[in-house]
Design a protein. Structure first.
Length: 133
């Protein structure tokens, strides 16, 4: 649990739960995306500015392993680790842990790339620097 580049703490809101009283499976992807966006900001990248420059960060693959269910009011944290996968792909390895027992609730692998204005994979210099650290 200590090999993450970034950690984000959150709490489950009532409206994120389904009729069974647990967080709906699709909401976990929102949690992971929010953590990735916050991580990108911490790295000094501006998602909106990249988009204005016609550099679009996109997800090309998502693998989610559900280990348990969060319920309304649960506090949890998301650990995120970034790795270079190939010259044009990067991976976010993300885990969600329930507090206070740090039980693993979800393990995810999100593969992304950057697309240029023609829709072709091209990872800009500022992201290459981050991936090379």
């Amino acid at each position: 649990m200590s090999d993450y580049d970034f950690r984000l703490d959150l709490e489950v809101r009532d409206y994120e739960c389904d009729m069974q009283g647990v967080v709906n499976n699709s909401v976990y992807q929102n949690y992971l995306e929010h953590a990735r966006h916050e991580f990108i900001k911490q790295l000094g990248l501006d998602f909106a500015e990249l988009t204005r420059r016609r550099i679009n960060l996109v997800v090309v693959r998502a693998e989610l392993d559900y280990k348990g269910s969060l319920i309304s009011g649960d506090r949890f944290w998301i650990g995120t680790r970034l790795e270079k996968i190939s010259p044009v792909r990067f991976g976010f390895f993300q885990d969600i842990f329930r507090k206070p027992d740090d039980r693993l609730m979800l393990s995810g692998k999100i593969i992304g790339t950057a697309l240029n204005e023609r829709g072709r994979p091209r990872v800009p210099e500022e992201i290459q620097r981050i991936l090379s650290r």
